[in-house]
Design a protein around this ligand. Structure first.
Ligand code: RIB
Ligand code: CA
Length: 307
């Protein structure tokens, strides 16, 4: 049976591949796509999500959500994703957003779903937190929360914090306190899944569909980072979806995790207790390793299935 999921995102060059992977994979039933401001402003992230679902020929509902975090100001990441959020790649425009604010739609779907739903968060967690904190009883309708977020150690926005966690640390703290199992695909995992010219070329050899081409063009636009030099750039968000599809490609460790919500330089850091030093209750699971070649084969195979 397909796993019912909601994908909450901020497309975003890596979100784009993640959304296409989700729509191409029969193991997943995408009940809705909800969007927040993140990599770029909500105007762009919403338009990108609508364009991507249309490109895939999907009629899944796309709902607008939070423009900014629960506290503090909105900050984008155009250095990586470009002004339009897709590295300058222009897709044919999609349709109109479905009625209903993301957090309200998430709550409605959780209430009405025939079975518990997996919440997949690949952007700032604001929409997910608003849904669960405004109706806590719904956590019993959540199968698990799977996030691309956080890091064992070094961040990518500050030395301490990863972008999604840093963008709305209070939202992530709400999810960690919800009683739901929170599965993390952290930066330390995604650093094992580097996009390289050779891997993009291997994708292109898989077919000539518009989605495959768009995914390759979008990924080819992502700049190399000092941290990884010429070895490639990490492919973040698809790791969260790929774990649901092919858990055998990953190793997982149960941990306790909490957030640094301070005003200081480590704000937004995910404090993941890898070795059980705190004695805190386990509330999370962290994807520790991934078979990167297997991941990229899966992505190429699935992207080639799309129009
Ligand atoms: O730190 C990487 C994460 O932040 C990814 O989800 C990327 O799309 C941005 O949202
Ligand atoms: Ca994202």
């Amino acid at each position: 049976m397909a796993i019912p999921i909601i994908v909450d995102c901020d497309p975003g060059t890596d979100d784009a591949v993640a959304i296409l992977l989700a729509l191409a994979s029969p193991e997943l039933a995408v009940l809705a796509v909800t969007v927040a401001g993140g990599n770029v402003g909500l105007g762009h992230t919403l338009a990108n999500a609508l364009a991507l679902t249309a490109l895939a020929g999907s009629d899944v509902a796309v709902h607008a959500g939070a423009e900014r975090p629960l506290l503090g100001a909105f900050t984008s990441e155009v250095r990586i994703h470009g002004e339009n959020g897709l590295g300058g790649v222009v897709l044919p425009p999609g349709g109109a957003a479905a009625p209903g604010l993301a957090c309200d739609v998430i709550r409605r779907i959780l209430r009405e779903a025939a079975e518990p739903v997996t919440l997949v968060g690949i952007g700032p967690a604001t929409n997910l937190a608003l849904a669960l904190t405004s109706e806590p009883a719904l956590t019993g309708r959540v199968r698990q929360i799977v996030l691309m977020s956080g890091a064992w150690g070094e961040g990518n926005v500050t030395p301490a914090a990863e972008f999604n966690a840093w963008s709305d640390p209070e939202a992530l703290a709400i999810l960690l306190a919800s009683g739901c199992r929170v599965v993390f695909a952290t930066l330390d995992l995604t650093a094992q899944a580097l996009v390289t010219p050779a891997r993009i070329a291997a994708w292109r050899e898989r077919g000539s569909g518009r989605c495959l081409r768009a995914a390759c063009d979008i990924q080819a636009s992502v700049p190399l980072l000092d941290r990884f030099g010429d070895s490639g750039t990490p492919l973040h968000d698809p790791c969260a979806l790929a774990w649901l599809i092919r858990p055998d490609l990953f190793a997982v460790r149960d941990c306790s995790a909490r957030m640094d919500l301070g005003p200081g330089p480590s704000r937004g850091r995910t404090l993941i207790d890898r070795w059980g030093r705190t004695g805190d209750a386990v509330n999370a699971a962290v994807l520790e390793t991934v078979d990167a070649d297997g991941l990229f084969r899966l992505l190429g195979e699935r992207l080639a299935l799309l129009p």
